[in-house]
Design a protein around this ligand. Structure first.
Ligand SMILES: [Cu+2]
Length: 391
């Protein structure tokens, strides 16, 4: 029954369309083809002007709607030293491209309206115009030079590697489906060597236990870092592409299997300071950012406010599989004292999991800590086949 009705409807609609076509044709004959064409051109030109106004209005409304997501909005301020230079490059680029976008859209639709087909008007044949060529080459060239040089400058500054003689903390993040394995160097300040052939259930990073630098390395579940200290993150992956992303610190780098990458940054705001900023009140005692004063659990007004529960986070920014969203880790930026406190509570992975097992090369000798530390660097076994070095 439904099928029959649908078929009848379709037939009727086709008849109507055909009839409208016939009526238009007849009207055209009565009024003259040119007249009809002229009116149609005018109508379409006006439609395009209306479209332009609505389209630009929608652009501005959506820009306003998403203004709190923009980098210049208070709670989005970067928490690392290099962050503001990246942010200003983003904002300058957005300003110039936004300006060009609005001007070119207005011109596009205005010209379509102004030069619509009209009786007696002939298209102008203009094969070449040096003045125009110069204008539309030089202006974009100047703007692009400004943007590209500025961007390159910021990039070189941000991506500069550490000087081996300066003081920095090196940590390591290894992405796998679907989590981050974090590693800290322990008291010697050096990450031990790894070999992918040593990866096993108890040795998730393939650490070479004959390398004394590995014996004090520990695997925390959160990233703890002291404020104001330079940090170098060694970034690797165990299976597919991941991406080490610390959005609040403007740190983002691919984690590639077999090819360590790195990122250097200096946290400048502690977690506590950032929470206070999000929860700040203005002179009238009202919250500056009301959305951060909402309870974490909307159904429980007694639950902590969003700014109180805020934490920096590490996320994966490369769609790496179905558990991609679960690759979150908390990042805590603390004072030097709190950091030392936390460090002293960490147990080396070797101590907690490897020591005394079959994986332990010192099982028989029960290598004392002091002996391990006094081993000279040269005594370290050569493993040239390792895919990843501590360089
Ligand atoms: Cu991932």
């Amino acid at each position: 029954m439904t099928a029959l009705l649908a078929t009848i409807c379709l037939i009727l609609i086709s008849i109507i369309v055909v009839q409208i076509g016939k009526v238009t044709e007849l009207a055209g004959k009565i009024r003259g083809e040119e007249e009809v064409q002229e009116q149609s051109n005018k109508r379409h030109a006006n439609y395009s002007l209306i479209f332009m106004v609505l389209f630009l209005a929608a652009t501005l409304v959506s820009a306003w709607y998403y203004k709190d997501s923009m980098l210049w909005y208070g709670p989005n301020e970067s928490a690392s030293e290099h962050g503001s230079s990246l942010d200003s490059i983003f904002n300058i680029t957005l300003f110039f491209t936004g300006l060009v976008f609005i001007i070119t859209q207005i011109l596009l639709f205005y010209f379509a309206w102004k030069y619509r087909g009209q009786r007696g008007r002939k298209a102008l044949y203009m094969p070449h115009d040096n003045r125009l060529e110069v204008i539309w080459t030089v202006i974009p060239a100047i703007v692009m030079t400004f943007l590209v040089v500025g961007g390159l400058d910021a990039w070189n500054e941000v991506m500069a590697d550490v000087d081996p003689n300066e003081e920095y903390i090196e940590i390591e993040g290894t992405g796998y489906q679907f989590a981050w394995h974090l590693r800290y160097p322990g008291p010697d300040g050096k990450l031990g060597t790894r070999d992918y052939r040593l990866v096993s259930g108890t040795n998730p990073l393939g650490q070479d236990w004959t390398d004394p630098k590995n014996l004090d390395d520990f695997h925390p579940s959160e990233i703890y870092l002291p404020v104001g200290k330079k940090v170098r993150v060694r970034i690797t992956a165990r299976d597919v592409l991941h991406n080490f992303y610390l959005p609040h610190f403007r740190v983002k780098m691919d984690a590639v299997p077999g090819m360590p990458t790195y990122f250097v940054f200096t946290p400048k705001t502690t977690t506590e300071e950032y929470r206070r900023k999000l929860g700040a009140l203005n002179l009238n005692g009202e919250p500056m950012y009301p959305e951060w004063h909402e309870p974490v659990d909307p159904s429980d007004p007694e639950s902590p406010k969003k700014f109180e529960a805020f934490d920096f986070e590490l996320a994966c920014a490369e769609l790496c599989g179905e558990g991609h969203y679960a690759m979150r880790r908390v990042v805590k930026i603390v004072s030097e004292g709190e950091y030392q406190d936390w460090l002293s509570k960490q147990q080396p992975y070797y101590e907690s999991t490897i020591k005394g097992t079959d994986d332990d090369p010192y099982k028989e000798e029960a290598a004392p800590e002091s002996e391990v530390e006094s081993q000279p660097e040269e005594a370290e076994p050569e493993t040239p086949q390792t895919t990843e070095t501590t360089e």
